[in-house]
Every structure is written in structure tokens, then in C-alpha cells.
Design a protein around this ligand. Structure first.
Ligand code: GUN
Ligand code: ZN
Length: 443
């Protein structure tokens, strides 16, 4: 953590969203100032606009952090990620169910140890901030210790995060299972301990239908209905083998989503990971209920799950709320650039060219909207929490030469999402504090 100031201003190229680019044209959905300023007081954005206009109104005591030629935008929002799976990234040769049994469950078993959990949580948060991610919706493990450790690591960083204890009472190793009752009791105690503490928010986390009994899903639904502002996160319709398994386990439900519907787990602040094989009925229920889908492109490619139809999710009478997600450790990178590149490639395979303005919207304000936080985070506008990232548009020789031929902002954004990585993140701010600053790059 660097210097603390109640007031500061950040100057550079500034990108702001003004509408949903999937609904309006991409041009009318954003504003851009090539020499802009974001002024901040007590962690909240006060003004955004041309530096020429706003500099005069800044008090003499206000420190200006100047990033000439750099792009300043809202911090990225990762709507689905597993912090205990840092060590699972890049695990070879398995699809979902085998991947969980072979790699993921053994790794998650270590998180009964609070010290170990804290170490991994610190590493995960450091890496997220190094990639410009300022908000994440996080799965911990079945162990309450893994949740305490995670929120403890978040507290000094003052992060707006969502996290929760995985609930899992069947079809997993003994060392990773709870019961319907213990999951209810532990989750309730964790909500009391962490939900609304600073900027932290709690998310009830039944892992997915196959690892919860009906009794556990019912307990999760009951607890969710009883708790104001709490989130609910789970996985849905990611892999064909998983779909068949859910149909076997819940023969009375018409489809996968029907399981969550039956137990009262849909509605605003319900976040459903993946959603690749959703039927029209399921999409309609998600849209009507106000639930959200977390699109996890690198994970869907890496575990070989399938191609999420982003275009269809948006081009319908009632579009789905969709956020972008890294889904570490099924996903392969905490870089939002890499994640957007995969989203672009998946869309290309379905004859849809994801526009860069749409892409960065998904990674910021669209993600915030899927989480019902779009009045607080995901944009640079007065009244928003000052979570933002500063992007060096020329972070490598390859990118620098390519940028010499970029004619506008859109092309510059596209070049970054195809070619950039963590080296392009020059700084990250959380609630107006610079919490990450990149070391100088070699020339
Ligand atoms: N489905 C249930 N658990 C998981 C998980 O940890 N990762 C992914 N990608 N899918 C899941
Ligand atoms: Zn996941």
C-alpha cells in the first residue's frame, strides 16, 4: 500500500461508459477524453471530464497522478473465480468431472489450514490487482477457515468483493463434505461475521447441483431468502456429462436450471457460472428472475466444455445479465485481456465479432450490472467508488509497433485484448488508493 490521501486526481486518457453497448450502438455507449481527469475524494469519484476544465477547480493541495498516454478505466470485475484453485491452473488432460476429482478436490482439501488459506488468498489478491481486477465473486472451499482467511486478506485492501463457503454434502471426498445443517449454520455465522463489513459482501455458494443433496439446496434457499443483500453463486450447464448426471440425480426437475428454480436459488444477486447448454426455457427463466450468467471463456476452452453463445444471450427480447469471469483454476489466466481474447475467439467461432467496446463493458460495467453493483463500481462517473486501473498501451515491443498503426480508441482497445498481459497494467487503485504500481519495464 502506497501513500494515503483523502483527495487526489488521476490524469490521462479516460474511458467512461454511458450505456449498454449491446443495446445501443457502441459509439453512443462510451465517452473518451484523450487528456482526461478523474478527481477523487474519500474513495469516491467526484468528477470526470477533460483535464483542461477540471484542473482549475482542483485545490492546490490535491495531488495529481499523471499518466500521459495511458488509458484510465474502471477496475475490472471478475464475476466467477475460485481462489483456492491458484495451484490447479494448467492441469493437464481432463474435462470437468475428472478435472474436479483428479486435481481440484485434492487442492481444495488443503484449505482447512487457515495459514495456508491466508497465504493463497494474499497471492490471489495480489495477482488480481496486478491484472487490474478490483472486484471478484469468489468461491472459497467447504472449510469456514478458507472464508475467514479470504475476507481477512481483503479487509486491509478495502476491496469490494463477494465470497462464500462452498456447500457440498455429496459426491465429493469425505475431507471436503459438510452436511445440510452444518453448511447452513456455518454460512449463517460467516454472513454475520463478514457480510457488509467494509465493502465485503457474502455469497452463498452451493458448488453445483451434483454435489448438494435436495436437503442442502433447500437449506441454502431458505437462508438466502432470510438474508438481505446476500449473493448466491453456483455453476450451471457447463459440460454435457454434468448435464446427464444432473438429470439422473434430480429426475423430477425438467432441466438443470429447474433444480435451482425449485429450491429458490434464482433472482437478483444469483450468479450462475458458465450456462453453455441452457435451453430457451432456462434462458427465459434466468432473464425473468434477474439472475446473471458468468461467462468463463478461457475455462470453457481449456476444460473443453463448449462455446457460450454470448450473442444469443444479448440479442433477445429480454437480454440476460452477463458478466465476464476468469474461473481460475479451470480458466487459464487472471488477465482480463486474455479472458477477453478468448471471449472474442469463442464469439468468432459463432460468427459474431465481439466489439472492443462491448468487450470492455462486459469486463467492467456489464459485470457490475450482473452483480447489481452498477451504481457503485464498474464505471468512472461521479458517485462511483474509485476503483480503477491504468493501462499502458505500449507495454511490449510487439504492442508498441502494432499501436503505431492504430487509428482510434477502438483499435487500441482491441490490440490490448489480443496482445496484452499483466505488463500492460501500470497501476491499480482501490477506493482512491493506489494499491498496485508496476515496476519500470526494460526499454
Ligand atoms: N463445477 C463445479 N465445480 C466447479 C469448479 O470448481 N470449476 C468449474 N469450472 N466448474 C465446476
Ligand atoms: Zn467455477
Amino acid at each position: 500500500m502506497l501513500e494515503k490521501h483523502a483527495k487526489c486526481a488521476i490524469r490521462g486518457q479516460v474511458l467512461q461508459f454511458t450505456a449498454d453497448p449491446f443495446l445501443t450502438g457502441t459509439e453512443s455507449a462510451h465517452r473518451f477524453w484523450s487528456d482526461g481527469l478523474v478527481s477523487i475524494e474519500d474513495g469516491v469519484i467526484q468528477a470526470v471530464g477533460p483535464a483542461d476544465d477540471l484542473m482549475a477547480g482542483l485545490g492546490a493541495d490535491v495531488e495529481v497522478h499523471h499518466y500521459p498516454g495511458r488509458l484510465i478505466m474502471a477496475g475490472f470485475v471478475d464475476t466467477h473465480v475460485h481462489y483456492p484453485q491458484m495451484e490447479v491452473i494448467a492441469s493437464y488432460g481432463a474435462q470437468l468431472i475428472e478435472w474436479l476429482n483428479e486435481y481440484t478436490f485434492p487442492a481444495e482439501g488443503k484449505f482447512h489450514d487457515r495459514d495456508y488459506a491466508l497465504k493463497v488468498a494474499q497471492l490471489f489478491l495480489d495477482e488480481s490487482l496486478r491484472n487490474g481486477i478490483t472486484t471478484s465473486a469468489v468461491y472459497c472451499t467447504v472449510h469456514p477457515e478458507s472464508v475467514d482467511a479470504f475476507f481477512e486478506a481483503c479487509a486491509p485492501r478495502n476491496l469490494r468483493v463477494i465470497a462464500g463457503k462452498v456447500m457440498m454434502d455429496r459426491n465429493a471426498p469425505d475431507f471436503l463434505t459438510d452436511t445440510a445443517q452444518s453448511a447452513y449454520d456455518d454460512s449463517k455465522a460467516l454472513i454475520e461475521r463478514w457480510h457488509g463489513k467494509g465493502r465485503a459482501l457474502y455469497g452463498l455458494t452451493p458448488r453445483f447441483a451434483p454435489t448438494s443433496t435436495a436437503a442442502q439446496l433447500e437449506a441454502a434457499g431458505a437462508l438466502w431468502q432470510d438474508t438481505e443483500g446476500v449473493y448466491m453463486q453456483t455453476h450451471v450447464s457447463e459440460n454435457r456429462q454434468e448435464l446427464a448426471w444432473v438429470a439422473e440425480l434430480f429426475p423430477d426437475c425438467s432441466d438443470y436450471l429447474g433444480v435451482y428454480e425449485k429450491y429458490g436459488l434464482l433472482g437478483p444477486r444469483s450468479i450462475l457460472g458458465h450456462g453453455i447448454y441452457l435451453s430457451e426455457r432456462e434462458k427465459a427463466v434466468i432473464a425473468e428472475s434477474g439472475s446473471a450468467v458468468a461467462h468463463c471463456p478461457t475455462s470453457n476452452l481449456f476444460i473443453g466444455s463448449g462455446l457460450f453463445d454470448l450473442k444469443a444471450s444479448q440479442q433477445r427480447e429480454k437480454p440476460l445479465r452477463v458478466g465476464l469471469a476468469t474461473d481460475i483454476g479451470g480458466g487459464t489466466s487472471l488477465s482480463i485481456f486474455a479472458t477477453l481474447r478468448a471471449a472474442y475467439e469463442i464469439a468468432q467461432l459463432q460468427s459474431f465479432s465481439l466489439h472492443p467496446i462491448q468487450a470492455y463493458y462486459l469486463a467492467t460495467l456489464g459485470g457490475a450490472k450482473s452483480l447489481y453493483l452498477d451504481d457503485k463500481i464498474g464505471n468512472l462517473a461521479p458517485g462511483f467508488e474509485a476503483d480503477l486501473t491504468v493501462i499502458d498501451l505500449k507495454s511490449t515491443p510487439m504492442i508498441t509497433q502494432r499501436m503505431e498503426h492504430a487509428k482510434d480508441l477502438t483499435e487500441a482497445l482491441f490490440i490490448q485484448m489480443v496482445l496484452a498481459d499483466d505488463r500492460a497494467i501500470e497501476a491499480t487503485y482501490v477506493a482512491g488508493q493506489r494499491v498496485y504500481e508496476r515496476a519500470p519495464l526494460p526499454n
